[in-house]
Design a protein around this ligand. Structure first.
Ligand code: G3H
Ligand code: ZN
Length: 283
C-alpha cells in the first residue's frame, strides 16, 4: 500500500532501523525493489531523482510507482529525491507522491530555510512528508554536482535551528558520504552524527550510501540514521547483468531476456540492503 513517508520515518525512528530508499527510472527497477521488499517483509521508499523524472517523465514514474505500491503487501512511500524547486514539489504532490525532498543545500542558509518552510506549508496539509538537506553532500547525482572541496559537513547546532524553524520530518545530513562511485573508502564522521542525533528529533537520512562498507552502515543506523538512499549500486547491478547476457548470448534480441536478469540482479541487491539496514520483517 502507498503510505506517507511520515509513517515510515516514525516507525523507523521508534524501531531503531533504517528504511531503504531506492532510485527508480523504469518498470523493471520498480518491480525489483517491490519484490525484494515483499520477500523481506520490509517497508520501502521508491524515489525519483531529477534524472529519473527527466528520463521517464513524471506521469510514467508516478503511474508505475503508484500501481506497484497499491499492489504491494508492504508499506511503500513514493518520494521526490533532491527536489529543486517549489513548483516541482507541487507537481509531485499533484501526481500522488507521498513524500518529497526539497534540496536547498546549495542556497545560503536563510534561503534554504525559506524554501523548506514553503514546502512544508503545502506538503503537510496534504499528508506528504518533507525531507530537507543541510550541509552539502559531495559527488555527482544526475544534474546535481558538488565538488569534494565544496562539500561541507552538517553543523549540529545549525541542524537544531533548521529543524525547529522548518518543522521538517527528515533531514539529510553530510557526514562524509558522497553520491556516485567512491575512489577510496569513505570515512564517516560518527561523532558528528551522534551530536546531530542529540540535537534534533527528526529522522536522519544518509545519502550516497552505495559503496559504504557494511560495518559503517550498521554503525550509522545504530547512531540514528532512519533512511538510506541507494542509487549507484542498483545501476551497477543492472548494467553488469545486461553485460553478462550480451557477452554470453550475443545473438539475443529479446529485450525481456536482457531486462529480466537485470531485474533479478537488482532485486538481490535490494534484499541485501534491506537486511543490512535492519528493516527486514518490520512491515
Ligand atoms: O539521493 C540518492 C542517493 O543519495 C544515492 O546515492 O548513488 O551514491 O547510492 P548513491
Ligand atoms: Zn542523494
Amino acid at each position: 500500500m502507498l503510505v506517507s513517508g511520515k509513517e515510515l520515518f516514525q516507525a523507523a525512528k521508534q524501531g531503531g532501523y533504517a528504511v531503504g530508499a531506492f532510485n527508480v527510472n523504469n518498470m523493471e527497477i520498480i518491480q525489483a525493489i517491490i519484490e525484494a521488499a515483499e520477500e523481506e517483509k520490509s517497508p520501502v521508499f521508491l524515489q525519483a531523482s531529477q534524472g529519473g523524472i527527466k528520463y521517464a517523465g513524471i506521469e510514467y514514474i508516478a503511474a508505475l510507482a503508484k500501481a506497484a505500491a497499491e499492489k504491494a503487501s508492504v508499506p511503500v512511500a513514493l518520494n521526490l529525491d533532491h527536489g529543486t524547486s517549489f513548483s516541482q514539489v507541487a507537481q509531485c504532490i499533484r501526481h500522488g507522491f507521498s513524500a518529497v525532498m526539497i534540496d536547498g543545500s546549495q542556497l545560503p542558509y536563510e534561503e534554504n530555510i525559506a524554501i523548506t518552510q514553503k514546502v512544508v506549508d503545502v506538503a503537510h496539509p496534504c499528508g506528504v512528508s518533507v525531507e530537507a538537506e543541510l550541509g552539502k553532500i559531495g559527488g555527482v547525482e544526475d544534474d546535481i554536482s558538488v565538488e569534494a572541496a565544496e562539500a561541507t559537513f552538517t553543523d549540529p547546532q545549525e541542524a537544531a535551528d533548521f529543524v525547529e524553524r522548518t518543522k521538517v520530518d527528515a533531514l539529510a545530513i553530510a557526514i562524509g558520504t558522497a553520491h556516485g562511485v567512491y575512489k577510496g573508502e569513505p570515512k564517516l564522521d560518527f561523532e558528528r552524527l551522534a551530536k546531530i542525533k542529540e540535537a534534533v528529533d527528526v529522522a536522519l537520512v544518509l545519502h550516497g550510501a552505495s559503496g559504504v562498507p557494511d560495518e559503517a552502515i550498521r554503525k550509522a543506523v545504530s547512531l540514528g540514521i532512519c533512511k538510506i538512499n541507494i542509487d549507484t549500486e542498483l545501476r551497477q547491478a543492472f548494467t553488469r547483468a545486461v553485460q553478462e547476457v550480451v557477452r554470453t548470448k550475443p545473438e539475443e534480441i529479446d529485450p525481456r531476456k536482457l531486462l529480466g536478469p537485470a531485474r533479478e540482479a537488482m532485486k538481490e541487491t535490494v534484499r541485501a540492503k534491506i537486511r543490512l539496514f535492519g528493516s527486514a520483517g518490520r512491515a
